[in-house]
Design a protein around this ligand. Structure first.
Ligand code: 2AM
Length: 478
């Protein structure tokens, strides 16, 4: 009896995903480069289940039903190319190779074309939700060879997280050709960076602006999690404020060193936004905030030298808490609006017919950014598939309008008190820039034409113009 599914790479993500697939009634053949791991898995967590352990890729391929489905969960990069090379001669036309790793989308673009040229099918599938998601129900973002989807759909949708009133809508839909799945996964990660940074700014303002204790912060986040901010990240943040250090009995969050790490997917999104010329300022701000946190020793030195305000907040505390909630919600809307604009630009560049409502649905459950709010985004794109900017969907136009006064107050207060809130402030700058029919780029173009004859266009006439600014200028006084 041959197996339904093959899995390569038995690190935690691979093991958990394999167990998830098996738990839905499928038989799974597994392979790991270090064969002891395969044996340990078969003897351990897989014992008594429908698994076949394989010591070679040849065995793995031989033990699968056709069309074969082999999913790699290995370290992104050259390992993926190496495994593809090994699999190609072993597999037949119509078989499917899947990469479930955190792969840069351009590698998946290239590999899809390459594998298709060899007569096989390829799917770059974004997998989100960490170890727990992999085991119990991840968010899956499959892209690649279109013909692979009908073959993968049943297994993928059965293992994915489920949402909706009856918990039966899978967080897994076909994303698009070639690298589209991995691109959507990357934007998910970038949005996650932004969400986390914005929550951290809210925390810092509440802690240093109005002096909330961890117990009070717990209550604030518990309250927020009941409303429009309801999300996994708000929920775990709430929980963090309740955790005591086993060693000292103090709150653990206060013992954690304020130096952030990063694996780089936020940076990818930011770099690609620059390449596309779209303003994904929130993810970039979040990446920079981590960079600034990383120079802890320099900050400690600077803290003894550089000045800032000494005043404290004198207004009503509960009002400020509500304003911070408004700032968080409005900034989050800006961040998602930017993420979808970047997706639209990437889709146009790569000719991916993306369904943006489905993208929101994929992130609705199973993954780190899962939130109720994504239902509203799905509705917005369902109502208008070509929505230019999320901010223009009536629900969000109105949500921002309601949050606007509090949001502005928080940004102003942050500046007055000297508390850094780069994402809140940057989000507001994006909003104020986007909603203006006129920006000072007229002056910018004039400067460019003045010093570099870069030419400009006019508001009142078609064409390209250049002026002799130096000749026409007012003579400066000597
Ligand atoms: P390993 O156990 O033999 O190291 C995460 O690192 C997973 O990717 C592990 O299962 C690891 O296998 C696998 N991996 C990393 N590089 C690989 C390569 N070049 N070929 C095959 N598997 C690889």
């Amino acid at each position: 009896e041959k197996c339904d599914f093959g899995l390569i790479g038995l690190a935690v993500m691979g093991e958990n995903l394999a167990l998830n697939v098996e738990s839905r009634g499928y038989s799974v053949a597994v392979y790991n480069r270090t064969t002891e791991k395969t044996d340990a898995f078969i003897a351990g967590r897989a014992a008594g289940k429908k698994f076949v352990g394989c010591h070679t890729l040849e065995d793995l391929v031989k033990s699968l039903k056709t069309p074969r489905k082999v999913m790699m969960l290995v370290k992104a990069g050259p390992a993926v190319d190496a495994i593809i090379e090994s699999l190609l001669p072993l597999m037949d036309k119509g078989d499917i190779i899947i990469d479930g790793g955190n792969t840069l989308y351009s590698d998946t673009e290239r590999r899809t074309k390459y594998v298709e040229e060899k007569g096989l099918l390829y799917s770059g599938t974004g997998v989100s939700g960490g170890e727990e998601g992999a085991l119990k129900g991840p968010s899956l973002m499959p892209g690649g060879s279109e013909a692979a989807w009908p073959e993968l759909k049943e297994i993928f949708q059965s293992i994915a997280a489920k949402v909706g009133p009856n918990d039966d809508i899978p967080c897994c839909e076909w994303v698009g050709p070639r690298g589209a799945g991995h691109y959507v996964k990357m934007v998910h990660n970038g949005i996650e960076y932004g969400d986390m940074q914005m929550i951290c700014e809210a925390y810092f303002l509440l802690k240093h602006g109005i002096g909330l204790t961890n117990e009070e912060l717990y209550d604030v986040f518990a309250e927020w999690n009941k409303g429009e901010l309801q999300s996994y990240l708000i929920e775990i943040t709430r929980d963090i404020f309740s955790v005591k250090d086993e060693k000292t009995g103090d709150f653990l969050v206060d013992k954690v060193l304020d130096r952030a790490g990063a694996k780089g997917t936020g940076k990818w999104m930011s770099q690609l936004a620059l390449d596309l010329g779209v303003p994904s300022t929130l993810v970039t701000t979040a990446v920079y905030a981590r960079s600034l946190s990383a120079v802890k020793e320099a900050r400690v030195r600077a803290s003894k030298v550089l000045s800032g305000p000494t005043e404290t907040y004198s207004g009503d505390k509960q009002e400020f808490i509500n304003h911070v909630r408004d700032a968080l919600y409005a900034s989050k809307i800006m961040s998602y609006a930017q993420g979808f604009v970047q997706l639209q630009a990437a889709a146009a560049e790569h000719d991916w017919p993306l369904n943006y409502g489905d993208c929101a649905l994929l992130w609705r459950g199973g993954c780190i950014i899962r939130a109720q709010f994504l239902d509203r985004i799905k509705e917005a794109f369902d109502a208008d598939a070509n929505l230019e900017n999320l901010l223009l969907a009536p629900y969000f136009t109105d949500a921002v309008k309601k949050a606007e006064a509090g949001w502005r107050n928080v940004v102003a207060t942050a500046a007055t008190l000297g508390i850094p809130a780069p994402a809140f402030a940057g989000a507001l700058a994006y909003y104020d820039g986007y909603r203006r029919a006129n920006l000072p780029a007229n002056l910018l173009q004039a400067q460019r034409d003045y010093f570099g004859a870069h030419t400009f266009q006019r508001t009142d006439e078609e064409g390209t113009f250049h002026a002799e600014w130096l000749k026409l200028r007012k003579e400066p006084e000597a």
